[in-house]
Design a protein around this ligand. Structure first.
Ligand code: ISL
Length: 628
């Protein structure tokens, strides 16, 4: 048990402690190397309030200690790639169905639309699709507010369309994972309706109803509590006020969820991406959030549910009772989970999740989504090295984009003349680092952010709500600028299929409009251009499939301290491949020669000489000396 007399070093030696300290430093933009300093390690926790001039107070220390003492486990040792699995070999492709392809002319994508694009996806070489929610929903948060887990939203099609999709995918040797949103339901879910109408009903305790709200805040702005007049009580919602948090401490609820999960697996689904799955266990009593932590992190109450006391137990139950009997795959969306806790959540012997999504690489230290700055890829390198070198049983998910974030190219360098090489550099890293790549729709075309200029172009509930909250605290202009920069809608505009009206996405006016960029950057044009980003992805994914070393081989990173250079070897008994990249927009001196190596793929037409050009990226194959 840790207490006030322990030191910063003791906290760093605790898995959760290390993750929390790293996260806090990231948030304030201080290098984590700072924590390795012997003098810092020796500081007693009780001295922190004085040493930080009150920035960190006693209640903060007490809060962190309580959290640490709730996790007695330490990650096991052992690294290496572990057992072979289809989900390690496949490249995943994330589809945002609402914006992928409209087959019935209502301006909204649908399952029929996806079916017409399976040739495209197969040709791209992806092995599995992840569909964001397609369940019945009032769409307060584009489907992340589920009204009926057993039905398909009518604008997306029918259960028959869904069965056809699975069948067609399996016929092609491809797999499908669904989005499982079980931290919350829609307020229109019948469980919530019942719970609201009759507190004594079996569903009365499926949600967090309280007589008095606490001080937790919602991720979408404002308090996390909504008044429910029928019960004369308040109910908890960490996201929009139409997304009610489920009470996983209720065993009957867990049973219902497991049953529902099994029913989808019975239909043939191959696994799930589990939405904010690390939030499902809330600290009993829902204690108030720490103010000091809230100041640093921007969210109040987070410490009581991002790594709740029963998280591991509930995940194991889910796995044992629903996933394992089907050998189903699981990737958890886990905001706030760091490297050590990732080991506790995914190391195979623990039988919890297969993988997680960690988000710490999506912004540079000290930055948040909505900040206008240039992302430095050197940080990505610094971030990924420890995950690669000390996996501790973690199989990494590799991604830069999803439906919740602006496009990566725009964050790194929005200059049009580097767009293509940069898109290819990102692709090459993603397909050659150790882990499973997740490509978000449009990423394979090198799509960039929209030139949104006004709030009425946006549809996302997060953007609309945060704007209302922020305009009061930051002023109209700053709030608008931040929202337009960071809005999730950059990624949510329709897929660019061709240069026809509506980008070939629909016959009708789409549910969200996009700018003119699709006229040149679209799938049809890029298919016809051998030098396009799309064809680069196709070739790379084929290389990843034909060189198992890129999946299971060891990874050895060289020149770790050399800025702008990212160089690593993927090594197996059969072969060695070398990745050589320039992470910057300026040329840099090379550290290796091209002798006895041949180029498998690169983002410049000719071979480099003594210098790597802006964002140059090459995958080499080491020629082996013939044994006598
Ligand atoms: O709001 C956050 C803190 O900045 C995010 O990390 C948030 O926890 C994360 O984006 C959760 O996302 C997922 O759940 C949401 C949904 O709106 C997103 O689209 C989904 O990916 C609620 O279901």
């Amino acid at each position: 048990m840790l207490n006030q007399n322990h030191t910063v070093g003791d906290v760093m030696d605790h898995p959760l402690g290390q993750d929390i300290l790293h996260k806090l430093l990231l948030q304030i933009g201080i290098s984590r190397r700072f924590l390795g300093h012997p003098l810092i390690r020796r500081i007693r926790l009780s001295h922190l309030p004085r040493l930080t001039g009150g920035k960190v107070d006693e209640s903060f220390v007490a809060t962190v200690l309580e959290l640490l003492n709730s996790e007695p486990d330490v990650p096991g040792i052992g690294s290496g790639p572990g057992r072979a699995a289809w989900w390690k070999e496949a490249v995943f492709y994330q589809i945002y169905p609402k914006s992928f392809m409209d087959s019935d002319g209502d301006g909204v994508g649908d399952l029929g639309g996806i079916l017409t694009k399976l040739d495209y996806l197969q040709n791209l070489g992806v092995g599995a699709l992840w569909l964001t929610p397609i369940y019945d929903s009032p769409e307060a948060d584009n489907g992340y507010d589920i009204r009926d887990y057993q039905a398909i939203l009518s604008t997306y099609g029918t259960m028959a369309d869904f069965d056809a999709l699975i069948q067609e995918l399996h016929r092609r040797g491809m797999r499908l994972i669904m989005d499982l949103v079980v931290n919350h339901t829609s307020d229109e879910h019948r469980w919530f309706q019942e719970a609201m109408g009759d507190p004594s009903s079996p569903k009365g305790d499926y949600y967090f109803f309280r007589d008095d709200p606490n001080n937790w805040v919602s991720f979408f702005g404002g308090s996390a509590w909504k008044r429910i007049p029928q019960r004369d009580q308040w109910v908890l919602h960490l996201f929009s006020e139409r997304q009610m948090d489920l009470n996983w401490d209720n065993p009957a609820l867990r049973e219902e969820i497991f049953r529902m999960v099994r029913s989808w697996l019975d239909r043939g689904v191959d696994g799930f991406r589990l939405d904010v799955i690390n939030y499902i266990s809330k600290r009993p009593g829902l204690p108030p959030g720490n103010e000091c932590l809230a100041r640093i992190s921007g969210f109040r109450g987070f410490e009581h549910y991002f790594y709740g006391p029963n998280l591991h137990r509930y995940l194991r139950e889910l796995r044992r009772q629903a996933l394992d009997p089907y050998e189903a795959f699981s990737v958890g969306e886990t905001p706030g989970i760091g490297r050590q806790t990732a080991k506790l959540l995914t190391a195979p012997p623990r039988r919890e999740l297969d993988m997680i999504f960690n988000f710490d690489h999506l912004e540079n230290p000290g930055k948040v989504r909505g900040d206008d700055y240039r992302y430095d890829l050197n940080y990505y390198k610094e971030y990924i090295i420890p995950w690669m070198e000390d996996p501790g049983g973690v199989w990494m998910s590799l991604f830069y984009e999803n439906h919740d974030n602006p496009r990566m190219i725009s964050k790194v360098n929005p200059e049009p003349q580097v767009r293509k090489v940069l898109a290819k550099l990102l692709a090459l890293l993603q397909m050659t680092l150790r882990g499973t790549p997740f490509v978000f729709q449009g990423q394979e075309l090198g799509r960039v952010n929209q030139n949104f200029t006004s709030m009425d172009q946006l549809r996302d509930v997060e953007s609309l709500n945060l704007y209302q909250t922020w305009r009061k605290t930051m002023g109209e202009e700053t709030a608008r600028r931040k929202i337009l920069t960071g809005t999730r809608d950059h990624a949510r505009v329709p897929m660019a299929w061709n240069s026809d009206r509506q980008a070939g996405f629909s016959e009708a006016e789409p549910w969200i409009a996009q700018d003119q960029d699709y006229l040149t950057w679209n799938a049809a044009a890029e298919s016809a251009d051998p030098n396009s980003v799309l064809n680069f992805y196709r070739r790379l994914i084929r290389l990843r499939r034909s060189h198992p070393v890129l999946v299971y081989g060891e990874i050895r990173i060289r020149f770790k301290k050399t800025r702008n250079l990212f160089l690593y070897h993927r090594v197996s008994p059969e072969e060695t491949l070398i990745v050589e990249c320039n992470l910057s927009s300026r040329r840099i001196r090379r550290r290796i020669s091209s002798r006895s190596r041949h180029r498998l793929i690169s983002n410049y037409p000719d071979l480099p000489q003594g210098w790597l050009r802006p964002y140059e990226a090459i995958l080499w194959k080491q020629e082996t000396k013939r044994k006598q």
